[in-house]
Design a protein around this ligand. Structure first.
Ligand code: M6R
Length: 611
């Protein structure tokens, strides 16, 4: 949460930074600010989105070749101009941008107030820069040393960049717990929360690790850690096309990402799965595959949509591998002192690879000796670096806050892991294994077919834009899909929605059913088809409005539904990959028609780096 970007080099810094902030706006968007060295160290900031800041900059001479900017997701202090970043130090000779939380800021603030400091904002970040300056003045050391000393005394998470009025060729950055990437161009450097603001200029990047600092002074880059040990920069090449982070003619990133799924699913399987030869390989797992094969239990930790993918994976591992699985909310797991035994294996799932709760759960499980596998989308992010092994989902950048293509790619990777383990364990017949490989290769085409119903789904959506509540029901593999459909709707349209196992309806939610309650049934032809038909009848008997996701050719459910959306037939365990698509589109269209900002829903951020 919060996006940071900084630049030093021959270009106009504000151009690079404003563009970069727009790319990072998915991380937070309640206020924005920029610091430039244009005849002084000047800070411009504004409540609202980057476009608001941009408008407010009209008429200023912003000529500067160094600068930094920030887009905020509020933690300490409400979103307003004062709390927006950058923040000045007491003398206004230093400025800082910060992503993270300084947990001991109140005690630091009290000490500083005793020394006469006054603060303009309610933020922990302003305290941080005052603290750095206090050290700088008292220790009479270099600024980077003052920053380093301050970092050894703050508790919490940070990715920061500091600028100084006294040196217009200096940028100091550091990270712990919040991501920070340094872009290395020809005679220029970039810093950002992720690589998206950088790839337009260079694909050479350094992913800073926790407790590392990057200092760019007079064109020279130095990397060291907070213990003052110099480090050799490890420059990596990022493989990301500019087009992948632009809307490409779609009105919203979310819609683009929904429509990208046939391709992202293929990308996820490319080079890993080949049904013709029966080959299924995940390079990242090779070394640890026996650990999974011999696992007594798998614990899956994740949050949000990734947690829903984990629930589907529970069914995969139990069906194919006969390994018991528990799916845990990372935020609960990390604080529960869970029992982790020898023979337990953890799988952590995360699109961003930065989710604070998931990261903390991994660290906690590691400290208890567990082996951790990661399933992540963002290459080089913190979770893949904290795990023993893993597999990337290769879905490409997901920018819409509502996760769509990452979910289907997670399902593919988790299915592949389960199949590899099952084959090695001998718990899946070869015939079934091959059928699954063949059908996985058919999934992109089947998703394409569902996407063709977009207009019909938009028409259905139009009928429900004034609804206050929705219920989503599914059984078996489609139960996590029901949860995911409900999450999609509530997060972008602000309509209250609940997902339930269809059979649980009679234990409570049925009391809610009346003519004003739409119920989405994920009722594809599978082993619980007859049961879900009965559940639909129960809702109809109480006058609920039924929208059913059905298998093509089903003639029964349409007779008892108000609306149906067909999806192609597939193997039961793969059905979530197709049955989730109409739910993504339904929530998208309802949100657009309600005039909601689907890519940047209120109060949310793409990557939740606070607990
Ligand atoms: O990046 P992660 O997959 O770890 O993120 C987990 C959740 O924050 C995320 O899935 C969130 O629930 C999405 N907004 C759902 O669309």
């Amino acid at each position: 949460m919060c996006g940071i970007v900084a630049y030093i080099g021959p270009r106009q810094a504000q151009d690079v930074i404003i563009k970069g902030l727009k790319r990072l706006e998915y991380r937070g968007y309640d206020s924005t600010g920029i610091a430039l060295m244009n005849g002084g160290l000047n800070v411009y900031k504004k409540k609202g989105k980057v476009s608001e800041l941009e408008k407010s900059l009209n008429g200023f001479d912003l000529n500067s070749h160094i600068g930094m900017g920030h887009t905020r997701w509020a933690t300490h202090g409400e979103p307003n101009d004062e709390n927006a970043h950058p923040h000045y130090s007491a003398t206004k000779k230093l400025a800082i941008i910060h992503n993270g939380i300084i947990e001991n800021y109140s005690s630091l603030k009290e000490d500083l107030e005793r020394k006469g400091h006054t603060f303009q904002s309610e933020t922990d970040t302003e305290v941080f820069i005052h603290f750095i300056e206090d050290i700088y003045e008292n220790e009479k050391c270099s600024l980077d040393e003052a920053v380093r000393l301050a970092l050894t005394k703050v508790i919490g998470a940070y990715a920061i960049v500091v600028m100084s009025l006294d040196n217009s060729e200096l940028l100091i950055a550091a990270r712990k717990g919040s991501p920070l990437v340094v872009g290395v161009g020809k005679g220029e450097y970039f810093m950002a929360s992720d690589a998206t603001p950088i790839i337009e200029y260079t694909n050479e990047v350094i992913y800073l690790n926790d407790y590392e600092m990057a200092i760019i002074n007079k064109g020279e880059l130095t990397i060291k850690n907070t213990e003052n040990l110099p480090l050799t920069p490890y420059i990596q090449t990022v493989d990301m096309e500019l087009e992948a982070i632009e809307k490409g003619g779609f009105d919203h990133y979310m819609l683009k990402e929904i429509f990208e799924q046939p391709r992202s699913i293929k990308d996820c399987m490319r080079g890993r799965l080949d049904s013709a030869s029966g080959r299924l390989i995940l390079g990242g797992l090779r070394e640890y595959v026996n650990t999974l094969v011999n696992a007594d239990r798998i614990l899956i930790v994740a949050c949000g949509t990734s947690w829903h993918a984990g629930l589907v994976a529970e069914y995969f591992f139990e069906e194919y591998c006969r390994i018991p699985v528990e799916v845990e909310y990372a935020s609960e797991f990390r604080y529960r002192n869970p029992v982790i035994r020898e023979g337990d294996v953890i799988i952590a799932i995360s699109q961003s690879g930065e989710t604070a709760d998931t990261l903390a759960a991994i660290e906690m499980a590691k400290s208890k000796g567990a082996i951790i596998f990661g399933v992540c989308n963002v290459v080089g992010s913190s979770i893949p670096r904290a795990t023993h092994a893993g597999a990337y989902t290769h879905a490409g950048p997901e920018i819409g806050v509502a996760s769509t293509k990452a979910f289907t790619a997670q399902l593919i990777v988790l299915n592949m892991i389960a199949l590899i383990v099952a084959q090695q364990k001998g718990t899946i017949p070869q015939q079934k294994f091959l059928e699954l490989l063949i059908e996985m290769e058919n999934i992109p085409e089947k998703v394409e077919i569902v996407l063709k119903h977009n207009d019909k789904i938009r028409d259905i959506a139009a009928k429900f834009i004034d609804t206050n509540n929705f219920l989503y029901l599914g059984r078996g593999y489609n139960f996590p899909v029901a949860l995911e459909g409900a999450l999609k709707l509530k997060e972008i349209s602000y309509i209250h929605a609940e997902g339930y196992p269809a059979a649980e309806m009679k234990h409570g939610p049925i009391a809610l059913i009346d003519e004003a309650m739409p119920v989405v049934f994920i009722a594809t032809k599978d082993s619980s088809y007859e049961k879900i038909v009965s559940n639909i009848q129960e809702v109809k008997a109480r006058k609920g409005k039924v929208i059913s996701i059905i298998t093509e050719g089903d003639t029964l459910i349409p007779t008892m539904s108000d609306h149906v959306i067909e999806v192609p037939k597939t193997i039961e365990s793969l059905m979530p990959l197709v049955s989730v698509i109409p739910l993504q589109l339904l929530s998208y269209h309802i949100a657009v028609m309600r005039d909601c900002n689907v890519d940047q829903p209120r109060n949310l951020a793409k990557s939740v780096t606070v607990e």
